[in-house]
Design a protein around this ligand. Structure first.
Ligand code: SF4
Ligand code: SF4
Length: 470
């Protein structure tokens, strides 16, 4: 039996200036009795290392809001207070709770559990307006995620054959296309912001450790990354191929920025790259208007992998003034449906990115029709970065991040992916799906708010509207 895929999380605490909804504060009337160290099972309360007679500041990062320490402190010395900075971080899409969840997952690779029940709205926008059918959660097959049965999160990149052809002697006559197999349906994407050298190196090392790849501008791939060439996808414009020959030769995958020239002569581009390298080609396309037509045309021309890139909140880009941007969920569905209608869905791999903020977004996007996802901002938030949506997108890194040792930065990204992998397994187990490949386009196993709303209330309000207009 093949070795089970597993991501190894390890505690990787950083002394960062996190912003949480509530802060635990220890008052001056604390008598250092240490009772709180015993009642908090999450070890938020510890004694100072340099002077064990005194208590250290509470570690809000690991606090799960159970309030036990507050109730049991004999002096009433502990209190939880609202952090005024909390409301300012994130925005309408990147909600503050998401950032906190990502920070926590990066600390130890565990899935945060609040224990306080869900008190948010029933639905939202984008992936928050869809739910997965978890009917298998109550059935014995769910034991799969706990070890009895293997659930595979592997996916392939590359063209697949619809059928095999054999010659008269029973030998395989079809040419089986090359594919690249990844153990997790997630690629790393470089955020556009400039990164310090240690973060860049950690991204590559984290990708290698979990067996995935990082998409990196070809110009940034220096010789010291040579041993990681299997895990780096050079990204470049079609006009830069000659300049980056050496990098392309070693690559398994190469990402080419979309342009009219690519659409008009995909065969020529492929020929040019094939002369230099065996790398499979990813065409990286902004998620703009008519992206489904462009992708269909590329697929008919022989494109094997396309990457749809939405904005950082998962919205369509280059939208005309006054128009509502489509959301990534709907863009993926439109592209997938178009390829199914054209009977070429299996011939192209769809990567999608933009606004993937939580582990559950990965299986949801796959149910909409993506084969795998690429992420960037969550990896930066794992390093303690703060994101602000207003007045404009701003990603603020913790001061001194450039000096943090590479193994620590790497481990935080590995931890985040470990937590996401566990959550993807939970979703798949609850859905009774044993292979991540089978999630693709299974929209019948998802419930879309807009469709339920229309089915349930659409006719009723239509009648009311008609009555009003009479
Ligand atoms: S239980 Fe209260 S008094 Fe005792 S160490 Fe903790 S905060 Fe201080
Ligand atoms: S509220 Fe609960 S989880 Fe948080 S520090 Fe106190 S005992 Fe620990």
């Amino acid at each position: 039996m093949p070795k089970k895929y597993h991501i190894h999380p390890k505690a990787a605490p950083l002394d960062l200036d996190y912003v949480f909804k509530f802060k635990i504060v220890r008052g001056e009337n604390c008598i250092n009795c240490g009772k709180c160290t015993k009642v908090c099972i999450y070890e938020a309360h510890k004694r100072r290392k340099d002077d064990p007679r005194r208590m250290a500041d509470p570690n809000t990062v690991v606090c799960r809001n159970c309030f036990r320490c507050i109730q049991e402190c004999p002096r009433g010395a502990l209190e939880k207070s609202l952090d005024k900075d909390f409301a300012g971080i994130g925005g309408a899409f990147w909600k503050p709770d998401m950032l906190i969840s990502l920070w926590k997952q990066a600390e130890d690779g565990k899935v945060p559990v609040s224990g306080a029940g869900y008190r948010g709205p029933f639905t939202g926008t984008g992936f928050d307006s869809m739910w997965t059918d978890m009917s298998e959660i109550v059935r014995p097959t769910r034991d799969g995620i706990h070890g009895r049965e293997y659930i595979s999160t592997s996916v392939d990149l590359g063209r697949r054959l619809n059928h095999l052809v054999f010659d008269a002697d029973g030998r395989l006559a079809s040419k089986v296309p090359d594919t690249v197999d990844l153990p997790i349906p997630i690629l790393f994407d470089m955020p556009v912001e400039s990164l310090s050298a240690n973060v860049k190196e950690a991204l590559v090392k984290a990708a290698a450790e979990i067996g995935t790849c990082v998409i990196m501008p070809a110009a940034d791939i220096t010789p010291e990354f040579g041993e990681y060439s299997d895990n780096i996808i050079p990204c470049l414009a079609a006009t830069e191929i000659d300049r980056h020959k050496a990098v392309l030769k070693k690559a398994r995958l190469v990402a080419i920025e979309y342009g009219d020239a690519v659409l008009n002569d995909y065969a020529g581009l492929k020929e040019k790259i094939k002369k230099l390298s065996h790398a499979l080609i990813i065409i990286r396309i902004p998620a703009g208007k008519g992206v489904e037509d462009i992708i269909a045309k590329l697929a008919h021309s022989g494109a094997e992998i396309v990457h749809i890139v939405a904005d950082y909140c998962g919205r369509e880009i280059h939208v005309a003034a006054g128009s509502e941007p489509r959301l990534l969920k709907d863009i993926i569905r439109a592209v997938h449906t178009r390829l199914v209608d054209d009977r070429i869905r299996d011939e192209v791999t769809l990567i999608a990115s933009g606004g993937i903020a939580m582990a559950e977004h990965v299986p949801k996007a796959m149910l909409c029709g993506a084969d795998l996802m690429a992420i960037d901002i969550p990896l930066m938030i794992a390093l303690g970065a703060r994101l602000y949506e207003k007045p404009e997108k701003q990603l603020i890194f913790h001061e001194g991040l450039g000096r943090i040792p590479i193994p620590m930065v790497t481990q935080r990204m590995v931890n985040l992916m470990g937590a996401w992998h566990s959550q993807i397994l939970e979703v798949m187990g609850a859905m009774g799906i044993r292979e991540a490949r089978r999630l693709r386009g299974e929209s019948g196993r998802a419930i879309f708010f807009e469709e339920v709303d229309k089915d349930t209330f659409g006719k009723l309000f239509k009648k009311n509207r008609e009555a009003v207009s009479k």
